[in-house]
Design a protein around this ligand. Sequence first.
Ligand SMILES: Nc1ncnc2c1ncn2[C@@H]1O[C@H](COP(=O)(O)OP(=O)(O)OP(=O)(O)O)[C@@H](O)[C@H]1O
Ligand SMILES: Cc1cn([C@H]2C[C@H](O)[C@@H](COP(=O)(O)O)O2)c(=O)[nH]c1=O
Length: 691
Amino acid sequence: MSTPGRAGARRKTPHVLANAPYRRLWTAMSVGGLGDWLTIIALTALAAHLTAGSGYRTQSLAIGGVFAAKLLPSILLGPLVGALAERFDRRATMAMADLVRFAVVLSIPFVGGYQWSIIAMLLVECASLFWVPARDTALAGVVPKERLGEADRLNLLAAYGTAPIAAALFTVVAAVVGAITTVARTASLPAAGIALGGGALAYLVSAALIFTLRGAPGDRGPQVPPPSRQISVFRQIADGRRRTGGGAAARGAVTGMAAVLAAGAAVVAVAGPYVQALHGGDAGYGAVFCAVFLGVGYGMFFGPRLLAGLSRRRLFGLAVVVAGLTLAAAALIQNLVIVVMLAALLGACAGVAWIIGYQVVDLEFGDGQPSRTLPYLRSLGRVVLLVVLAVACALAGLFGGHPTSEPGLGYRFDGANLVLLVAALLVVVAGLRALSRLDDRRGVPLGADLLAALRGEKYAPEAAVATESRGLFVAFEGGEGSGKTTQSRLLAIWLRDQGFDVVQTREPGATKVGMRLRAILLDAAHQGLSARSEAMLYAADRAEHVEKVIRPALQRGTTVISDRYVDSSLAYQGAGRSLDSGEVVRINAWATGGLVPDLTVLIDVPPSVGLRRIASAADRIEAEPMDFHERVRREFRGLAAADPERYLVVDGTLPQQEVSRLIQDRVREILPDPVPHEAEAATGTMPAIRD
Ligand SMILES: Nc1ncnc2c1ncn2[C@@H]1O[C@H](COP(=O)(O)OP(=O)(O)OP(=O)(O)O)[C@@H](O)[C@H]1O
Ligand SMILES: Cc1cn([C@H]2C[C@H](O)[C@@H](COP(=O)(O)O)O2)c(=O)[nH]c1=O
């Protein structure tokens, strides 16, 4: 949302990492994160080594056991330990947890046996359960409340950004060990042992950093609100589902996000045996792991900028579908280099899908608080990971390995390949569903839209280009009382002052027929009107409006400003009345002949504020309950977020002049021949046309 600029008036706030205690804590988190990733990569590789002689099934199950041991404790014991950890000195808790993790990880190469690998993973995770809530409390003590969001993002970087680094380290160690083993003709040294040493060392360094942390209160106070981690994973998920209100967009986004996560988990689950079948060794395993996470980072960073001409929701669906196809290719093309590249592509698709999906879900939450969306998605992610890793390893083990009679020759199809193919199928289905549920450009063919975006353009239906290329079309949208009528009038006055020919119009009711339709639609007496007839009556008013008023004006080169247009139907009839948004898009595309505004100004206000501003008696739609208006608002915001280039979102709670200024700044950018800002004062000279 646009907010007033105060460039120059504000002093630059120092980066949150300039805060020394937080910097130290963040360094400890990063080093600990590195230890976590080194440990899981090394332990799964070790489990594969220790069971190499016991058959494909045992090997797959042992790897699955390590993954399950990593995920189960936080799902089952998270809230319990979270509450317990509150009672202890947070600095001592973190340092002690680090020391326990150090000792356990160090013991693994000495004790040996895959059973101990699994138990050790469990112990390490239990220790981490104490570390995390103590860290959350310490964070609240060292970072001011208003900077916690910024710190949260950096914390995510420490937790997940260290994954590709750990995988790259593991790959290098494995490659060097492999080279030494070949040259010196010694017995194979497992790289996993060295990596575990690295993991243990990382925990020790983290303990030292925490121990010497100054500035964070060491006792149990001050009391902070209970961290979301103290709520069970299942409650977080149920709460998240309730909050997103079962909306089609949120469901499509969550399914797509879960699908790409499952795709990544399927690859990681079977990477060990698969890479071994391709004779890739530990280095190959590390490379696949590293490729997936590098891809995710790339996708998250570049996703928002990718194919700027394509709607973000369409990009989301496409990313999920491509992830599925990539998975299928990885299952069938049995070449290690290609598999690594496909793993990177899969990761990138997952990154793109998560960054866009997060925004969609966040909008459905409607309060713009990452502190609510993140725990929901994190909990959901954990459960999906656990289920997929467990099922994938079990399925791979059950199907087993089917080596060819001549090792290295012929086509081999093992449990790993089956898992990847099954997962591919499910992910493609989820992607297609996401494409259909989230589509915000129905009526515009996906292929043409994508091709235009690849050429760096935005696809516009030919009819629209031919007829609307002269006048500028601006639509105002927003909930009740947001200020659309006020602002569309002020914009018309401003444009006329600058010499533009302007038609200011509105929906419903800008034509003779439209006035009658408006009376039917808004008269509180017509309470029983069905949602479908309502949608069609609005579309009929719009068809009349476009044909009799808007299109002729645009063809004359006149600027058209409309108070409401198609988005109102998507928001009120689609989201508000829960009609299928695709159908609402289709009837409106037909009614308008595909005419899309050059700019849509969304004036965003909470419904409670807008409804309070309305002095007259509530009409049929204004009288709807608050959750109806909340859904309407969410949909408007979602539409704007999906196509930021064509929307201006303005905070309608700002003073009227401020709102006008923001609108004028944006409209000036798209005017064919704007009056320069500096010369504007001299143009406002025609009071006669002010109304
Ligand atoms: N930025 C603002 N701050 C406070 N009040 C405002 C602001 N903008 C408009 N208003 C007032 O709010 C009321 C509703 O404004 P307006 O009619 O422009 O809203 P609207 O979005 O067109 O409403 P509706 O959806 O009911 O047609 C008016 O009394 C107007 O003066
Ligand atoms: C165009 C359009 C409008 N509505 C609703 C939204 C409002 O409640 C009224 C119009 O009243 P206003 O005071 O002129 O803003 O109609 C809708 O539900 N669907 C639409 O397409």
